[in-house]
Design a protein around this ligand. Sequence first.
Ligand code: UT7
Length: 330
Amino acid sequence: MRRVKIIGTGSYVPSKVLSNHELAARIETSDAWIVARTGIRERRIAAPEEATSDLAFAASVQALEMAGLSAEKLDMVLVATVTPDMQTPACAVHLAHKLGAKNAFAFDLSAACAGSLFAMSVASQYIATGAVKSVLVVGAELLSRITNWEDRGSSILFGDGAGAMVLVPTEEADSPERGLLKLQLYSDGSAADILCIPGGGSRFPLTPESFLARHNKVSMRGREVYKFAVTALVQAVERIFSEHNISLEQVKHVMAHQANVRILEAILERIGIPIEKAHININRYGNTSSASVPLTLDEANRAGKLQAGDLILVMAIGAGMSWGAGLIRW
Ligand code: UT7
């Protein structure tokens, strides 16, 4: 079984910035409240003509370029998203077509904010068995299209963006320590209603009434999500370390899904990892769901902050609830 390494990363955020002050002019909130409760100062909003595969494309081009791989060499394109271009076919199919990834099969994966970790896990299994050699994993979200902009409890959180990673098997020449060491995933559907888009699916197809009631937009019970997230991710991370002969002190970087900086602070404090090890960009991008981990990874990578051999802790949680944690040796 081959281990997986990341040989290219890329990211993209739309150019339009939406600040807390602009939001406060539309709904009853304030910059001070949003910063204090979430750490968010601004987020990016896609242009009307942009769709999720456009964001994914821009991030993917960068990742492929860094990997030194042409799109035709890809065997598999996997997009984690809850905001595909259309209900069907998959966003990944549109992306593969735009990239010219003619030899790849492509599909989407829905695990909300934990999507990039779920996609990385799927890709690593395909690679480990030798079924494929090179996989493009993308987390891309256009959350501004599914945000209920009248709900101050959730609309302040979300932003648009994409992050991409090229995954291949480790080689003989690589350190035996390199690559994705462990990734454990979890799901709990009993908490499905605390964060969901209730309408527009087969359970509650859209009607004119439900459309007006915004049932096709995100519905969230924030405080419950917050508590669930802290408890679940602390357990997930503690399990990773208890099952491996790796100490917390060895972690150099934390690349976490950023939903709220307070959630991240609470988790790291309980686990005992200094917050300074976390790469944080939620202040600039808000919660970008499945894009946030690969987007953060790419920013750190391009800034030259990741050295060969560095141990990276990844974690993410989102609707489902779906969550996971893992370790990557860079
Ligand atoms: O990616 C995974 C998905 N999402 C998350 O992880 C989100 C998790 N949850 C959160 O981040 C937080 O729960 C929020 C940021 C959404 C809310 O923060 P909170 O500290 O949990 O506030 P709360 O919901 O308990 O509300 C406290 C007060 C309430 O007023 P009262 O009842 O105390 O008078 C809210 O009505 O704050 C009020 N409030 C606001 N005030 C100003 C709620 N939203 C706002 C707002 N501006 N935007």
